[in-house]
Ligand binder design. Structure first.
Ligand code: AMP
Length: 290
């Protein structure tokens, strides 16, 4: 696997691949790779003839009091994992390469970026949208692979692609979980042993809401109440939000009827975790995907 550090060389490689009529798949990441990232790579390998990954710990999406400086880094292991997954190239730019002195252009997806994650992390989605647009311009992918674990992020990128007429197809992949339901995340590395046990509360809360939906509950406040009760029973958990929202606008819904997400952000100790459950109409009823 070739490691590509400059924008000019990455663009040249992508141009070459396009000229050879290859289908380019792209998996953007911030590193500290786990099986969730590798599931995106695996899907891309199935669907594309050339697969590029990127590792870029994007400072623009971290707030001043967030975990940028202590975000887990494991470049050597990451390279090995991508090599074993037969990724064709790794784009590994420096911060200066992406944000040279004087950089001043940002992408802001209005509305969607202000809710939930955006409300708790001001400027976060502006940083995400900006770097993803830059990466799309540099790598020129036909398909880009994202995890549904970050459902609001995917929706914002989808909106950007639509609004700016970008020539890339997004592929959204299901959340990969540990055996006990905890969604894989690079941030799970921060959890101590007791916190790690407590962290399953997100999955348990979503799962219980899912059972209520299956039993016919449609009232959002009732479902939210259930999630809050389960989260509240875990002394190490501090809830940031737990809501039922429309899958397109991420605005709260009163009753669950069309495609929605149950979304939550919860602090376990000092570690902030997010998770969600997709709720979608199926036949006369609803199906949930965790
Ligand atoms: P990150 O490195 O956290 O920016 O994540 C890179 C990509 O991997 C994003 O599209 C995430 O949504 C996706 N991802 C992270 N965790 C998981 C997971 N547990 N299952 C599936 N995809 C994931």
């Amino acid at each position: 696997m070739e490691t590509i550090r400059t924008i000019s060389w990455m663009k040249e490689k992508a141009r070459e691949a396009r000229q050879e009529q290859r289908i380019i798949g792209f998996v953007p990441t911030m590193g500290a790779l786990h099986a969730g990232h590798l599931a995106l790579v695996e899907r891309a390998k199935k669907e594309c003839s050339t697969v590029y990954g990127s590792i870029f710990l994007n400072p623009a999406q971290f707030g001043p009091n967030e975990d940028l400086s202590k975000y887990p880094r494991s470049l050597e292991a990451d390279v090995e994992k991508l090599t074993n997954a037969r990724v064709d190239g790794l784009f590994l730019p420096s911060v200066e390469e992406i944000y040279p002195q004087g950089f001043s252009t940002y992408v802001h997806v209005e509305g969607l970026s202000e809710r939930l994650e955006g409300k708790s992390r001001p400027g976060h989605f502006r940083g995400v949208a900006t770097v993803v647009l830059k990466l799309f311009e540099i790598l020129q992918p036909h398909y880009a692979y994202f995890g549904r674990k970050d459902a609001q992020q995917v929706r914002i990128i989808q909106k950007m692609v639509q609004d700016l007429n970008l020539d890339v197809q997004l592929v959204v992949c299901p959340t990969v979980r540990e055996a006990d339901g905890l969604a894989l995340s690079s941030r799970n590395a921060y959890l101590g042993a007791e916190e790690r046990k407590a962290a399953t509360v997100l999955y348990r809360a979503l799962q219980t809401a899912g059972k209520e939906l299956a039993a016919g509950v449609r009232d959002s406040l009732e479902l939210q109440g259930t999630m809050m009760r389960i989260l509240g029973n875990e002394p190490r958990a501090r809830v940031d939000y737990a809501e039922i929202v429309d899958a397109e606008t991420f605005e709260p819904v009163v009753r669950v009827a069309k495609r929605c997400y149950a979304v939550m952000a919860v602090r376990i100790g000092t570690t902030r975790l997010i998770d969600n459950m997709l709720i979608r109409p199926k036949g006369e009823g609803l199906a949930v995907e965790l």
